[in-house]
Design a protein around this ligand. Structure first.
Ligand code: CU
Length: 159
């Protein structure tokens, strides 16, 4: 009787240890599978006018996966506040408006560009000039983060 109980208890302990050992491997695998399909390219930051503490960043985000993804937030150590923005028509004027998310379709891409979607940076800590590189972190709806190195460039005309 005592022996049986002991044996059951031992087996139970072994099962828990096995589960604990397996979990990180399974979790890590799932994270990797979700993270890999989303990539960012052609990131850049508009050089702000000398006295301005605000600028915008642009990039192309591609999703090679079969699940729609979305950028849910952005941050940067170069700015106090970073927001996701779009340009919307207000009568004859275009004005900026914050958006909650920027969708990236499955097997597709989303372009953030002047006159459209962009990443808004407020309260720049150091005045960025052409040639600098700012680091921006994008957080996706699956919780993964992508760090983007965005060179600062002068705006070439208006698009
Ligand atoms: Cu904006």
């Amino acid at each position: 009787m005592t022996n049986t109980n002991r044996s059951i208890h031992l087996r139970f302990t072994v099962a828990i240890v096995a589960a604990a050992l397996c979990l990180p491997a399974v979790f890590g695998g799932a994270l990797h599978a979700q993270t890999a399909p989303v990539t960012v390219r052609d990131a850049w930051v508009r050089e702000p006018a000398a006295s301005r503490k605000t600028t915008a960043a642009f990039l192309v985000i591609e999703n090679a996966g079969t699940t729609k993804r979305a950028i849910v937030s952005a941050s940067s150590d170069a700015a106090e506040t970073v927001e996701l923005h779009e340009m919307v028509r207000d009568g004859a004027m275009m004005k900026m408006s914050p958006v909650k998310t920027i969708d990236v379709p499955a097997n597709g891409k989303t372009e953030l560009k002047p006159g459209g979607l962009h990443i808004m940076m407020f309260g720049l800590k150091k005045q960025p000039v052409a040639g600098d590189t700012l680091r921006i972190t994008l957080t996706l709806d699956d919780g993964t983060k992508t760090i983007v190195a965005a060179p600062v460039r002068k705006m070439e005309g208006m698009k």
